[in-house]
Design a protein around this ligand. Sequence first.
Ligand code: NDP
Length: 254
Amino acid sequence: MSALAGRTAIVTGASRGIGRGIAERLATDGALVAVHYGSNEKAALETVEIIEGRGGRAFAFRAELGAPDAVDTFYAALDAGLAERGAAREFDILVNNAAASGSGRIHQLTTEVFDRLFAINVKAPLFLVQRGLDRLRDGGRIVNISSAATKHAFPDSVTYAMTKGAVDTMTLALAKELGPRGITVNAVAPGYIATDMNARRRATPEASAALAAMSVFNRIGTPAADVGRGRFPVSDEARWITGQYVDATGGTAL
Ligand code: NDP
């Protein structure tokens, strides 16, 4: 039997990039995957199509994180999707992956950008967890997508790095809080993965080579192959791993 058969997983920001890769992986392992997106419905439906094309189960739902009513919208849309498939409202896995980047260096930073990044990258996942606690099953899994930017100085995008630091801290606190229910909470840091988020940083062959050189493998990772596999802590076997920062950065800046 597939490792995640009978489980329901939610992946935020699964329309594109790393979230799509994680959603594909969880579906391959047998989970029903709720593919969350913010605005790009076409891309979200493509994720669903890819999963269904391989015999998996998924549906897309929309909620713009950072908007004042984001959490209400999120769970209302999720409920509608689950009900349409005759699935229970309870779920087993929440992957907080959606995030915005591009805050720039300290000199370029504005309070508007600061507030927006914290609203999307920190406030949204925290309150998604809070509101989901009565429906996340005991023994469940929460995975928060972090970044190497919390372990290595990243002045190019200071606020983005700060939001990921907050995600690591949230991970630690929630792991302790939810442990008695058998729920694990971990952060996974992907390193440079070729997605829309860093497309501009890969704009020239030279820039791309510089990013690749950050990894000891001298390449930029790919969403489906390099994240969502290996030590991604959602299986039953991972039940003893919690409160951890899982470095999946391809040996960035070792
Ligand atoms: P992308 O920019 O490629 O995709 C972002 C995803 O998040 C999309 O699905 C997007 O939805 C969704 N999203 C963004 N903002 C919002 C919002 N306000 N409301 C709802 N959904 C939103 O990002 P990546 O795949 O590169 O990044 C995924 C995660 O990995 C992030 O947490 C990022 O910080 C982290 N990360 C990425 C690295 C990389 O090299 N790519 C390195 C380290 C960490 P829509 O399609 O609808 O816009």
